[in-house]
Structures are given as structure tokens and as C-alpha cells.
Design a protein around this ligand. Sequence first.
Ligand SMILES: [Zn+2]
Length: 155
Amino acid sequence: MRCPFCGNVDTQVKDSRPAEDHVSIRRRRFCPACGGRFTTYERVQLRDLVVIKTNGRREDFDRDKLERSIRIAMQKRPVEPERIDQMISGIVRRLESMGETDIPSKQIGEIVMEALARIDTVAFVRFASVYKNFQEADDFDKFVSELRPAAQPDK
Ligand SMILES: [Zn+2]
């Protein structure tokens, strides 16, 4: 587990115990590189999220894909990377807590746009302008390739 303070990946588990609710394990971790201490929670994920595309096809939800599209939309925007990470985690938590494991791609797009609108208007406009075509094409690679030129107007 990467140290949230210095980025060192070699952290040590000092203590593991069930959290009070017994649905998670609480681990105290220590970073030998910077001396930082932090806590992680391990919990069961019963089912992975599935994305239902507009053409009806299903595919496993891929956090990396989501992250990639958001980072491209956020390119060169004056927003700290930590805030973007927080936003992405927030989106994923929201998806996971929706009570359904099958989530229409449209709904994911709307949640992403909502989150972007709150954090950066330019990134929101970039994402939203490409999103419309994306819904028609329903092809993530095409989505990203269309998003990319918009994110680099000086090229
Ligand atoms: Zn550290």
C-alpha cells in the first residue's frame, strides 16, 4: 500500500483487527521512509460493478478507464492531483453505493459530469462536449481520442 504522505510503496502493517462493525479489517500501517502512519480498511466486495452500454452490451467497470478520461479532461487545469484523486474515489464510491451492480454507462457519465462541474468548469465543458458523441458511438477509445485534442488546444 502506497504511503499517502511520501508515495513510498514499501509500507508495513503494524496491526490488523476487525473494525467494530466486523465487516471490515482495520490495518494500521507505517511508512519506514517518512515515518508516516495511516490506516486502511479491507472489506469484501461481493460483486464487481458492470457497465451496461447504450447498445445493451455489458462490460466490467474499469476504474482505470474512468480515471484516464477524467485526467485527460483535467489536463493543464489548475487543480491539484490530490483533488482529482479524491474526486475519482468519490465517483467510484458513489457508484458502489448505488445498490445496483449493473449501472448504465449513461448514468456513470452523468455522475462524472456532475463531479467535474463542481471542480472545474473548463474540464466539465471538455468532457460534456465529447460525451454526447460518446453516447452515440459508445466506444471508449473513440471517446478518449476525441477528448484529447480538445484538451490540448495549443497543438
Ligand atoms: Zn511515507
